[in-house]
Design a protein around this ligand. Sequence first.
Ligand SMILES: Cc1ncc(COP(=O)(O)O)c(C=O)c1O
Length: 311
Amino acid sequence: MLANPDFAWMDGEIVEWKNATVHVSTDLVLRGANVFEGMRGYWNSDKKEMFIFRNAEHLKRLRESAKIMRMTIPYTDEELTEAFIQLIRKNKFEEGVHFRPVVYFDQGEPNFYKPEEIRTGMFILAFARPHSKAIFNGVESCTSTWRRNSDLSMPSRVKAGANYHNSRLAHVEARINGFASPIMLNERGKVSEGPASCFMMVRDGVVITPPVTGDILESITRATLIQLCREELGIEVVEREVDRSELYIADEGFFCGSGAEVTPMISLDRYPLGSGKVGPITKKIQDLYFDVAAGKVEKYRDWLLPVYGRG
Ligand SMILES: Cc1ncc(COP(=O)(O)O)c(C=O)c1O
């Protein structure tokens, strides 16, 4: 469990952690009516600077999720960016942080309101969050018996809290059965993603990942890694449908996401992937990703937003 910080941001102001509350009658609480982002700030100890990774892309996706759910975010991008900076500064974070801006529907007649007839609120929670051990050791995964949300019912493209009930069913089942994060297939039986991350595999030196039409979240990390593979590492990347059985014969595999970062998968359904250890291409991609995120690669500095004004 991550330690609670001292402050959160709620409806336009920084509040003490204990005062960051919403009423039980809200549609947020009753029906999970929210959209959100999961973002990271990376600490560069040489520069004593925190870099928010791909702020503009996360804000854009937050608005896209809100648009599909017919929510109007009551703040501009500039106001939200300032809120992120102020919240991190106020908590005096000097290590990696993970933060979640959340937009939600307040209290309304059950399901009958038009979006403009209900208050839209917003809060931001930020936690110090170091890399998980799984980043370095890899995870033993399984194929979930649960299918990923279909675009025909509740689009996985929307980063909505309610989508994470689908994720939770899959994740808890995997944990109870002795695995870490599972792979979910979509309703067409093709590989989609993990409960909170996208997936990439390596076959014969080529990185292969399900397409954005495969019932996945349009992951910012996925887009980042595709670009870094192509432009920096000279690795071919193919976006295409992936069969479950292809994973068993993949040389390497990894989950990717703002939270998951680049988490190697070392086995699936007890089939070892490649050597059954963290793969060399995965490691290369992971190393570059961390260097870029920490501001060590000049070319990608415009992906980073300095928080303390020292970077
Ligand atoms: C379901 C799901 N898929 C994919 C991702 C990865 O998206 P991103 O790289 O934008 O964080 C996430 C969040 O991290 C997620 O929750």
